[in-house]
Design a protein around this ligand. Structure first.
Ligand code: 5GP
Length: 359
């Protein structure tokens, strides 16, 4: 096992349906293709998965294709279960999984029942221990278990509910209210995502403000395309984290540095979608040198054929970083998680014990 695989990692930017297991996606698409010929273009889907570079338009088309295979709640549950298993087997010890609650009247799905199906998925994982219910301080066991030589893998999972930029203000508000109702199942925050060329982010401002007032954490996809005004306004909102930060100009870097807003960096995603022209000019290098808080993430393991250990390897190889630098990066990610201080302390202790054992 390579160091990047065995090293404990923290994933903070992973979209559930973009992280569907490839074999599952193809299996579901094929089955659907056989029963409803017009529902999905199977060969097109296979073609997209194999492509090295994807335009943002192709990426968002791909998400629509993936969403088409979700024909009932049990599929949402299965996808969630497998995504957790895959992150756990890549030695992700803390995962913030984000997903857009979807309403689909034709299959009797509401935003609420969609999230229930996700939670069912968290419960149904049996190959690893999944810690998703927020606990009281005295009932924690993550570290002690690991230290006592319990060989079963353990992963802490928290959920972020996403607002899609195609949605209305009301639908976004419904998502925030749902997140509040689901806090006891580990929902910790709200994300704004979806095609950056669509909609106006101010549509979601009332919902995002409400989320913040109610104590939910907020992360925004910011600067995926050139849109200086939106980037500025988003930074003015002071989200707890932002994703991507590709099309930033001097003014934006300045704002972000003074607010110390942590950035979720998705290297493969940015390169494959041409959001950044090549890895040697990726802003990771700049932020890393400036010691600006940043976290390496996958975005969509299926769509971008990646894993968190591949992202760690990619960063190490591209920017000349060693195993210890990468462990430090992984450990620092703990400071930017949305879960409570109890979880944070737990993970800090765990990372300390890991680095001691590596010495
Ligand atoms: P889901 O929310 O259905 O679980 O995951 C897929 C959805 O996440 C997509 O439909 C899209 O709204 C969002 N998403 C995934 N990857 C990206 C990305 O790279 N950029 C943006 N803006 N949204 C994304």
């Amino acid at each position: 096992e390579e160091w990047c695989e065995s090293m404990p990692k923290v994933e903070l930017h992973a979209h559930l349906n973009g992280s569907i297991r490839v074999s599952t996606l193809l299996e579901l698409a094929k089955a659907l293709n056989e029963t409803q010929r017009d529902a999905i273009n199977f060969s097109q889907m296979k073609h997209v998965i194999k492509k090295k570079a994807l335009s943002l338009t192709e990426v968002f088309h791909m998400f629509d294709l993936i969403h088409n295979v979700i024909t009932d709640h049990s599929i949402v549950t299965r996808i969630t279960k497998e995504v957790i298993e895959d992150f756990a087997s890549d030695n992700v010890v803390y995962l913030e999984l984000r997903t857009t609650p979807k309403r689909n009247d034709s299959i009797g799905m509401s935003k609420r029942s969609y999230v229930d199906a996700v939670i069912e998925g968290l419960k149904s994982v049996s190959s690893v221990d999944v810690d998703f219910i927020p606990k009281t301080e005295d009932s924690r066991s993550f570290i002690s278990d690991k230290c006592n030589g319990n060989s079963r893998k353990r992963i802490i999972v928290r959920l972020i509910l996403s607002i899609d930029r195609r949605e209305t203000t009301e639908a976004a508000m419904e998502t925030v209210k749902l997140a509040l109702e689901m806090r006891h199942f580990g929902v910790v925050g709200i994300d704004l995502s979806g095609n950056p060329k669509t909609g106006d982010w101010t549509t979601y401002l009332p919902a995002l403000k409400f989320a913040r007032e109610q104590g939910l954490k907020v992360t925004l996809h910011c600067g995926e395309i050139k849109n200086p005004k939106e980037i500025k306004n988003m930074l003015d909102f002071h989200p707890q984290r932002i994703g991507h930060a590709c099309f930033f100009e001097d003014e934006h870097w300045k704002m972000m540095k003074s607010s110390k807003t942590p950035v979720e960096i998705c290297l493969t995603s940015n390169i494959r979608t041409f959001s950044v022209p090549s890895i040697d000019v990726h802003h990771f290098a700049y932020l890393y040198e400036e010691k600006h808080p940043l976290v390496l993430c996958t975005d969509d393991t299926c769509v971008f054929t990646t894993s968190l250990s591949k992202e760690y390897k990619y960063a190490a190889d591209s920017f000349g970083l060693g195993k210890w630098d990468m462990l430090e990066l992984s450990r620092n990610a703990v400071e930017h998680i949305f879960a409570d201080n109890g979880v944070k302390n737990d993970l800090r202790k765990y990372f300390n014990s890991v680095s001691k054992n590596m010495e």
